[in-house]
Design a protein around this ligand. Sequence first.
Ligand code: SF4
Ligand code: SF4
Length: 310
Amino acid sequence: MNCPFLKETRVRSCAAAPVRMQIRNGLETMGLEKCSTPEYCECKAYRERAGAGAAADGTSCPFLEERLVQFCSEAPVTKFIPYSEASLSRCGSGGFEYCSLYLNFAQPGLTRMHSGDERDPVVDGVRVPRRLYYTPNHMWLDVRENGACHVGIDGLLARALKSLSEITFATMKGVRRPSAALTLDGITWPITFPNPMLISGANLYLRRHPERLTDDPYGEGWLFEGWEAPSAKVREGLLSGEQAAAWMSQEVQRLNEFVHGCTARCDAALGPLMNDGGVAVADLAGQLQREELLRLLNEFFAPHAAWAHT
Ligand code: SF4
Ligand code: SF4
């Protein structure tokens, strides 16, 4: 599926020019261009390439090239994408849903943690998009029909880590398990997607704006993009659909029990960890003491985490 902002147009250029030069469409109808008329033989570039004595033998210049290209109608500077490349870019695949331009124009000002497909299950305020696959350490995978993949963290991890200060990407290219390190309150914690994929890039924008990871975990906060690798099963062992929603419900419950345990151990030193409804507060990590924070990360978000209660 193509991005709705991806448009197509005809681009004409002169193959005789030393540097590929685009010929603006519409000039021919204004009588300002000779390339597509029998008058092309008067063109200096044509005569130099074809020879001084060359005579016109057609209605348009043989050096006039025309191709169909695509371009982003929302980009401030128009950049043409050849048809053969569009399907490999996020514009020509489902990956457009992770493009900042698309998100800003299609859903201005919305935080997708709470918006999006209204049919998606929401568990205690945590959205569990149906189209995604989930890992036991609270990461998600979006894999499209053409094999395009995106990876990020889920809504529960995003809600717990609001005070994130830094993101470092450990893997950038190649068939690898996508890995990054999150820094919060002086602790740097590794997050690793359990299956290998062909990584083509990381969301480097998050280095300057780490808050985007937790504000919009299913949209602009994506971490890695790439492709399903032929040698690896990127979806292996992951949960989706109703199964994922049921697991998330158990995880929310498990998190609430963890928080009750923290409160019982050291309530004098902690701020409020539960909302009035008994649900763990946003930025739980920012409220915990160092030891409890490490326990939280280890029990819920460790790279080696296994499925709990499924
Ligand atoms: S007339 Fe032919 S050679 Fe001259 S600018 Fe047009 S395409 Fe190029
Ligand atoms: S750059 Fe973004 S908004 Fe523009 S066509 Fe591509 S995906 Fe769509």
